[in-house]
Design a protein around this ligand. Structure first.
Ligand code: GAL
Length: 961
């Protein structure tokens, strides 16, 4: 005989979204109705199962004096109770939906509060208790009364509590379970972080106040008029004083207005007055439509220059404060980003207010991902199982109702990586029925059955081009849809490479309406002993390592070189010109704004030194227009040398997101060629009887031919180098074995090359050292000749390499490395100021740059090759001056490549007593194959015969300040 006992935690494993909560409604930050934030310190008790403790703590009079304290909003695992877990798509528990493990960390939260003195008489309407986000399932009691329970972590839930409130001593008890049936719907690639991680607020609801309202503010671009109608469940009045609008709810009015766009985020302040409440409205007039197979706003096709934003803070996880949200928006705007996909859940609602105000296009994505079901061929996928449909519809409606009044939200997304199924169709149908004014997005269904946009992730350049040309096939419906890459350019570690090549495609084919880089920020967790922690650092039994650190920002929000590159690639103004030309081509790449916000300037530089500068008059260009603008005559009396024009477009005045003079776009136009260094080989190698050969300023070991000093600067270990500490992109993804260059390189032994000395030949005007550089166990190698010559003052090294054997893979790098006993300041003329590789070099400007060895390092959370400065004509460091023929790529660091390669966290890198310098003739491209395509063929460093030279001399060490 078997029997089943119902426990009071059955709701945890129940497919239903919950019970007791109020229907969803529009979110707004503040009305004139009173509210009380319940954020702050709460009492907290953690237990290991869902029902380890009874619910007596919810009763009035319970003494929680010996409980811990916890900050709300927050995640308990980031506050010393338990640990975070990181998995990409694997469920960290057995897959048996909707059941969850017995081990189910459960946090009881308790807060006692008094109503503030100003709180209205409770007879005057009611009150609601609002939770903006709780992961993953909560049950709520107020003053001992069970209000209900809910799931849907990143969605708001409200309970009616007016009848329960008292003036003082209210007891709010919340039981939060880490795992619930809802967890099956929240398998996003991120840390699993339980807790009450968004605001908890008590809101007075005056009698007669609207439950919900819907602002419809459209724009007719032909007439230049906006039409406003506000629907509300109770009658009220809508006023917009700036427009002289005073209408009843449900009534519409049309009048000339300025439209809202991400480039021109014009908002009108208004008010919705209903019985007892005045709700502030921020109205943006804009119309999204699909016509001619394109997503248009206000009649114009839009090009999305987007990012995927997860909410992240290195200490607080997904509990973001307003200032952090604002910082995200400001960073986006300052880096020319114009769009955000809220991957993969609706963000804190205040973030959308910021997007409205500062101007960003938003794809608002529902809190839904069931990616882990891919492990079982999508069997039992909740989105294809009718039992789950109410939960899916609950999620869709909580998103749409909360966010529908934001002009910035232009697209609804059903969720991410949830396979296909009837539940998605039901969501799409519900959304279109409720809000026909916005297109629906979902990437995971190649038929596009439920969507208005064909969307993909990580498609390579060639496929994107085919899609742009309409040659991609697919269902009839799909072929008629506009295209976006909802994810591309996986920004894990060093990279992403190939951004400019994507942007060129987006700008070439109308159907390609842009993309969203994956992703905004590294989800590293601040951890002093490690720098930042990632998957596995908390002893998780299943984890996906540093795949969680794949953002354009480091965890502390410092922009990575990839973000600087993205800023350059998506500039709103094109500034280009051909070698030696006297004109610069200016293109307004915006979709809405003219150029009036920008001031243009030129500067004329010789060998990187500015000689003269001035302003450049650029005609007003409408979006999409170009003009050839004449440059001034080159300054009379400019010194001879390699000259460039640099033309910049900067903000002409302060804006809400950046001050006047902030540079939004620039371009460089080469005027004259560089003079390559020449060294006439006049000095003769002198073989001393002390085992030393001297040649000009060079001192060599006579037996090995090794350079030991240039002048009085000791040099050690100079030799050919082909190895780099593999990047996350080099290491690649398991599902693309051909692109796992790191493994292929290691398989060949490129990380352990041996250098066999074949000859040291002291000729009349040259010292020649012949070597063969090859790994154990392989027949392939590089026959290498170092040829040293000198004019007495300067020492020239010419390296010639010829690959031998069957090289089927590109080389990681090709150049020389050597050690200096001291070096601190670094000066160079060439590409800068930041890091650049063959396919990440758009943001590198030719100029004179200065840094320190320490500041040349890029702090990728998992250490890897970084910090190369490209196109270096000459560099000075550690008492040496090095000129390149041709220009070279420079790295210098206080540890060896081998140490960098072995490090797993930043704190593994400790300075040695040598500064290791690499001068590279070439590096292999970066690509984004940690999740996407590898470097395009033109960025491969093929093993081919090569010859390159460096000229060494001594120079005073640069200043370090
Ligand atoms: C995508 C997914 C993202 C993230 C990314 C890899 O497939 O949608 O959530 O996992 O890959 O970082």
């Amino acid at each position: 005989m078997s029997f089943h006992t119902h426990t009071h935690t059955d709701y945890v494993q129940d497919v239903s979204p919950g019970s007791g909560a109020l229907p969803p409604r529009a979110w707004y930050a503040s009305s004139d109705a009173k509210s009380l934030s319940l954020n702050g310190n709460w009492r907290f008790r953690l237990s290991s199962t869902a029902d380890a403790e009874d619910d007596s703590f919810a009763a009035e009079g319970y003494d929680a004096g010996d409980w811990a304290q916890i900050a709300v909003p927050g995640h308990w695992v980031l506050q010393g109770h338990g640990s975070p877990i990181y998995t990409n798509h694997l469920y960290p528990f057995p897959v048996d939906p909707p059941r969850v493990p017995t081990e189910n960390p459960t946090g009881d939260h308790l807060r006692v509060f008094d109503l503030p003195a100003h709180w209205p008489d409770l007879a005057e309407g009611g009150a609601v208790l609002r939770f903006d986000g709780v992961e993953s399932c909560a049950r709520v009691w107020l003053n001992g009364t069970d209000l209900g329970e809910f799931k849907g972590s990143r969605l708001p839930h409200e309970f009616a509590v007016g009848h329960l409130l008292k003036a003082a001593g209210n007891v709010l008890a919340v039981r939060v379970h880490q795992w619930s049936a809802g967890s099956y719907l929240e398998d996003q690639d991120q840390w699993w972080l339980p807790g009450i991680f968004r605001d908890v607020t008590l809101l007075h609801r005056p009698a007669g106040a609207a439950l919900d309202f819907f602002v419809h503010a459209s724009y007719d671009h032909l007439a230049g008029t906006g039409t406003l109608r506000v629907d509300s469940d109770v009658d009220g009045r809508v006023t917009v004083s700036e427009l002289g609008i005073d209408i009843a709810t449900g009534e519409s009015v049309t009048m000339p207005v300025e439209a809202w766009s991400a480039e021109t985020p014009r908002l009108y302040e208004g008010t919705l007055a209903t019985g007892g409440e005045r709700v502030p409205l921020r109205i943006g007039f804009r119309t999204v439509d699909l016509s001619d197979g394109l997503i248009k706003v206000n009649g114009r096709p839009v090009l999305f220059k987007g990012v995927n934003r997860h909410e992240w803070h290195p200490e607080r996880g997904r509990a973001l404060d307003l200032e952090t949200m604002r910082e995200d928006v400001l960073l986006m705007k300052r880096h020319n980003v114009n769009a955000v996909r809220t991957s993969h859940y609706p963000p804190h609602p205040a973030f959308l207010d910021l997007c409205d105000a500062y101007g960003l296009w938003v794809i608002d994505e529902c809190d839904l991902e069931t990616h882990g079901f891919t492990e079982q061929g999508w069997r039992d996928n909740p989105v294809d199982d009718d039992r789950w449909t109410p939960a899916l519809l609950d999620r869709a409606s909580r998103m749409v109702e909360r966010d529908k009044n934001h002009p910035s939200v232009v697209i609804w997304s059903l969720g991410n990586e949830a396979g296909t199924g009837r539940g998605l169709t039901a969501m799409a149908e519900w959304i279109k029925d409720r809000d026909s004014s916005r297109p629906v997005h979902y990437e995971g269904d190649p038929t596009c059955r439920d969507t208005d946009i064909y969307s993909r992730m990580y498609a390579d350049h060639a496929e994107v081009e085919r899609i742009g040309r309409g040659l991609d096939g697919g269902t009839l419906k799909r072929r008629q849809l506009p295209f976006i890459l909802c994810e591309f350019a996986h920004a894990m570690g060093n990279g992403p490479g190939g951004l400019a090549d994507y942007q060129r495609l987006f700008e070439s084919y109308d159907r390609l309406q842009g993309g969203f880089v994956w992703e905004w920020i590294d989800h590293g967790i601040a951890y002093p002993e490690l720098g930042f922690a990632y998957g596995g650092d908390f002893g998780e039994e299943l984890h996906d390592g540093n795949f969680v650190c794949d953002g354009l920002l480091f965890p502390d929000r410092r922009p990575s070189p990839g973000f600087v590159e993205y800023k350059k690639v998506i500039e709103p103004v094109g500034i280009t010109g051909a070698f030696g030309e006297a004109t610069v081509r200016i293109t307004n790449k915006q979709d809405f704004a003219d150029l009036s916000a920008l001031a243009f300037s030129w500067s004329y530089e010789v060998d990187g030194e500015p000689v003269e500068s001035g302003t450049l008059a650029v005609p007003g260009l409408a979006p999409g227009e170009s003009a050839d603008v004449k440059l001034p005559a080159p300054p009379a009396g400019a010194p001879a040398g390699e000259a460039h024009w640099t033309v910049r477009a900067a903000l002409a005045a302060d804006t809400p997101w950046a001050p006047k003079d902030h540079v939004v776009a620039w371009g460089q136009i080469p005027v004259s060629e560089r003079r390559v260094p020449t060294v006439t080989a006049t000095a003769r190698p002198a073989v001393g009887d002390n085992g030393v050969i001297t040649l000009g300023p060079g001192t060599f070991d006579a037996r090995t031919g090794a350079l030991t000093a240039v002048g009085d600067v000791p040099v050690s270990g100079l030799r050919l180098d082909v190895w780099r500490a593999t990047t996350d992109n080099d290491d690649g993804a398991p599902w693309q074995p051909d692109l796992r260059y790191g493994l292929l390189w290691r398989g060949l032994g490129l990380h352990r090359m041996r250098h066999r000395l074949d000859a040291v030949e002291s000729g009349e005007h040259a010292l020649t050292v012949r070597m063969r550089v090859a790994p154990a166990a392989r027949e392939l190698g590089l026959s290498t000749v170092y040829r040293w010559t000198s004019d007495g003052n300067r020492l020239r090294l010419t390296v010639s390499t010829v690959p031998e054997g069957d090289w089927t893979v590109p080389l990681p790098r090709l150049g020389i490395r050597f050690g200096l006993s001291t070096a601190d300041g670094v000066r160079w003329y060439g590409g800068g100021p930041g890091e650049a590789y063959p396919d990440t070099r758009m943001a590198s400007a030719v100029g004179r740059w200065q840094s320190t060895v320490d500041d040349l390092q890029t702090p990728y959370v998992r250490p890897q090759e970084n910090g190369a400065r490209i196109d270096v004509r000459w560099a000075e460091l550690g008492g040496l001056r090095i000129e390149g023929d041709p220009a070279f790529s420079l790295t210098a660091r206080r540890w060896t490549t081998e140490q960098l390669d072995a490090a797993t966290h930043l704190t593994d890198l400790t300075s040695g007593d040598t500064v290791w310098v690499n001068l590279d003739h070439g590096q292999h491209g970066i690509g984004s194959q940690s999740c996407g395509p590898g470097p395009l063929p033109q960025y491969h460093l093929r093993a081919e015969p090569a010859e390159f030279s460096f000229v060494f001399s001594t120079a005073p060490a640069p200043e370090t300040s």
